[in-house]
Design a protein around this ligand. Structure first.
Ligand SMILES: [Zn+2]
Length: 332
């Protein structure tokens, strides 16, 4: 049993309180490998932004939960070396699907866990979430829960049918589970293909898909029911079209990949939304940079020569999100 405090991590409690009051959101970036983690920490240290490092099921399968946990410990020290005296870094389990998994993360030093029981019937979601909250709170670990179903695919979290969070359920759910934050469904979606073409309109000039707007009315209703309660948005990549274009121009094939427009995320950040999950955008930045090197320098075979540019591109992306979308710069 290791407490997250011993390894210099923080939970989300104070961070979210300040973010809700200050009208900004904390970035939650997923990581699977060293270059991604370096880019996240460099961007957070340089902008002095609190940051949430997320470990998904896919990441655990790919990189090993223990290794990722030690990488996060290393990240705290690395942040200090970069001149960030008191790094505000959370290590968070993304989409935990069982009590045992959440417990194992609490026990190994995660400072925050998500229990996603949103696919279960309402009462079962409450029971499982409460069980995780009861255990996690004994160790001061914060818990994110989910109500409503998001569409899309994210590392083995897949849902065919989405439905918005029902505002009439949120008070009962938050009170009975004791969760610290709530992920809601208002039209965001996992992955780089968030919307089917038939859900979108098409920009006549560029031919690109224009996605349907987020359900801000549902968000505002939830905020009214739970004033000041931290709200989380999953599946909030914007799928920057410049990366899609670079990928497609260099041998890739991502037709009609479309995300959540950044103006809408900017607007959401000003509300009780205090954690915004971004994963696909970093995958796109990395893939665009690697494809470009491969196309322009076919003789290159040193991984540092293509993973290095990928890291630079991810760092640029993370800094842009922090400064221009979430507004969390200077808050840590
Ligand atoms: Zn998610």
């Amino acid at each position: 049993m290791v407490s997250f405090k011993e390894i210099g991590l923080v939970n989300t409690r104070e961070m979210f309180k300040k973010a809700v009051a200050g009208g900004y959101a904390i970035p939650a970036f997923n990581f699977n490998n060293m270059e991604q983690l370096q880019a996240i920490i460099m961007a957070a240290a340089e902008t002095k932004s609190p940051v949430i490092l997320q470990v998904s099921k896919g990441a655990r399968n790919y990189a090993n939960q223990t290794l990722l946990r030690y990488m996060a410990e290393g990240a705290v020290e690395y942040a200090k070396e970069l001149g960030w005296e008191k790094p505000q870094i959370v290590l968070h389990l993304d989409h935990g699907d069982s009590f045992e998994l959440c417990k194992s993360c609490v026990d190994m030093g995660f400072s925050s866990v998500m229990i996603d029981a949103s696919s279960l019937p309402y009462e079962d979601n409450i029971a499982l979430t409460k069980k995780v909250v009861d255990y996690a709170h004994q160790h001061d670990v914060t818990v994110e829960a989910e109500l409503g179903v998001l569409a899309g695919v994210e590392d083995e979290v897949a849902a065919e049918e989405s439905h918005y969070t029902r505002p009439e359920e949120v008070i009962d759910f938050a009170t009975r589970t004791g969760c610290d934050s709530l992920a809601i469904s208002i039209g965001t979606s996992h992955g780089a293909y968030k919307f089917k073409p038939e859900q979108c309109t098409r920009d006549p000039k560029t031919g690109r898909l224009v996605p349907p707007p987020l359900a801000f009315d549902v968000l505002h209703e939830i905020e009214k029911k739970l004033p000041g309660f931290p709200i989380v948005l999953h599946g909030s990549s914007s799928v920057p079209q410049n990366y899609v274009d670079i990928i497609n121009a260099n041998g890739g094939k991502l037709p009609d990949a479309v995300g959540i427009p950044e103006e809408q995320l900017r607007e959401a950040s000003k509300s009780a939304v205090c954690k915004i999950n971004i994963d696909s955008d970093s995958r796109l930045a990395m893939t665009a940079a690697v494809r470009k090197v491969f196309a322009e320098k076919p003789g290159e075979f040193d991984p540092r020569k293509y993973l290095g540019p990928a890291r630079d591109e991810m760092k640029k992306l993370y800094m842009d999100k922090i400064v221009n979308v979430l507004g969390s710069n200077g808050k840590a």
